[in-house]
Design a binder for this molecule. Structure first.
Ligand code: SF4
Ligand code: SF4
Length: 431
């Protein structure tokens, strides 16, 4: 239902029902990292939804304050987990970002740059892969060593120093190297399609290589379509819903063309968006196709827990481990127990729970670079909880969290090694 008096500046506004549902109980307030930081009602889920409702009812123009709040929201979805009314303040804010782009388009240069990245770079895997060459040369030729030791980056903006510090050691992208079919090993149990996310392919290729190897070892033929494109998460985060829909449509048709039991990903951010294609494509793709796609999408931990992990032949990994829950796994997909089950199933692993394991790490795609101070404060709370476990490894299941946590651990001088769940399972899986 749309409200006739609405002051939203463009089509594609949040639905009126989505903001009407809030009964102002405040159960969401203690779960919201930006409310915890600021104590401001307008930076809380309840306050954000109230702003959107006032715009819907024509009581407020689409103000700069709502634009700021839509981008200051981490979209961590912790409020949705806590809300008894089913309000999804994070999603409402995500949709408001598209409105903000219409109401406040910004300067010509930044708008052109944003469009280039969102519309030309991210949808084109080969172009993205090519763009990483200078960064690999920067690391290989020793320029990174010089830059870090000269403290040159201290002269630039905060985000630049942080982004440089977060860069893992870069390998060749995985997408062109991964066979389109990796055959099952041992007794065959099925056939799956693997959704290789861009960040995984570019920054953590070894993690996804292990994911495919583990799946094959578990008895599944793995199809990895080379024509997979970005899932659209960065576009939704930046308010470009049109390009996100274009990418979603492409991926949906590509994966539906495969005869598979499941579509599996090892990136929590990608998984959350793939499961939301159903709503994103509601007006352009027939319901049956959307439902078939949605029913097949699984996070790797969800898939292996459902299929039952074959533990015969798994080697020992003697280590204590604590687990950070990515927001897009626990809050957006409701997956909490499955990664823990997998960790406990690895011989030799001792799982030590940290306090507030589902509290955001402060990464949230580019949020951690736009709001560096706020991000540092959120990360500190997380790292204090990590430190208290004394575990050898800090394990997670999303590349954005992994980048932020690895950077934070290094900055804080903590001894933990940060790993993706599949790196540990891969280590236990024989070659
Ligand atoms: S968003 Fe949900 S939890 Fe928060 S005040 Fe509204 S109804 Fe209550
Ligand atoms: S999605 Fe996260 S940051 Fe945004 S309102 Fe909800 S709890 Fe707060």
């Amino acid at each position: 239902m749309n409200n006739k008096k609405s002051n939203f500046p463009a089509d594609d506004a949040p639905s009126y029902e989505s903001v009407l549902q809030c009964m102002r109980c405040g159960f969401c307030l203690p779960t919201c990292p930006t409310f915890a930081l600021t104590g401001r009602e307008r930076s809380s889920p309840r306050g954000r939804v109230a702003l959107a409702r006032a715009v819907h009812e024509g009581r407020l123009d689409f103000t700069e304050a709502l634009k700021d709040e839509s981008f200051f929201c981490l979209d961590c979805r912790a409020c949705a987990t806590a809300c008894p009314s089913g309000v999804k303040a994070g999603e409402v804010m995500e949709i408001c970002r598209g409105q903000a782009r219409s109401a406040f388009p910004g300067g010509h240069l930044s708008a052109t740059l944003r469009r280039f990245v969102l519309e030309r770079m991210l949808p084109d895997p080969a172009r993205l892969e090519g763009s990483m060459l200078p960064a690999r040369l920067y690391q290989r030729l020793g320029i990174q060593w010089l830059v870090r030791h000269s403290h040159l980056l201290k002269l630039g903006p905060d985000w630049l120093e942080k982004a440089e510090g977060m860069l893992p050691k870069l390998e060749m992208p995985l997408r062109p190297r991964l066979p389109e079919l990796t055959p099952a090993r041992g007794r065959k149990r099925g056939r799956v399609a693997f959704f290789l996310g861009c960040v995984m392919s570019l920054l953590y290729p070894e993690v996804s290589r292990q994911t495919v190897r583990v799946l094959a070892h578990q008895g599944f033929d793995v199809i990895t379509p080379r024509a997979t494109r970005c899932c659209g998460a960065p576009h939704l985060a930046e308010g470009d819903r049109q390009t996100a829909r274009r990418l979603a449509r492409h991926n949906l048709e590509l994966f539906l063309a495969e005869e598979v039991d499941a579509i599996v990903t090892d990136c929590a951010g990608c998984g959350a968006i793939l499961k939301e294609y159903d709503e994103l494509l509601a007006e352009t793709v027939p319901a049956g196709r959307r439902e078939t796609f949605r029913a097949r999408v699984r996070d790797i931990s969800e898939f292996l827990a459902e299929a039952g992990l074959r533990t015969d032949g798994l080697g020992e990994v003697r280590a204590s481990v604590t687990y950070h829950e990515p927001c897009h796994l626990c809050h957006a997909q409701g997956i909490s127990k499955q990664p823990r089950e997998l960790l406990r199933a690895i011989p030799g692993v001792e799982l030590r729970e940290m306090n507030e394991s589902s509290w955001c790490c402060g990464s949230a795609a580019t949020w951690g670079l736009k709001f560096t101070d706020a991000s540092r404060q959120i990360l500190k709370r997380k790292l204090d909880n990590v430190r208290a476990t004394g575990a050898d490894y800090l394990v997670t299941a999303n590349p954005g969290c992994q980048l932020q946590l690895a950077w934070g651990v290094k900055q804080a001088g903590l001894p933990q090694q940060v790993r993706h769940l599949m790196e540990l399972l891969g280590r236990a899986t024989p070659e």
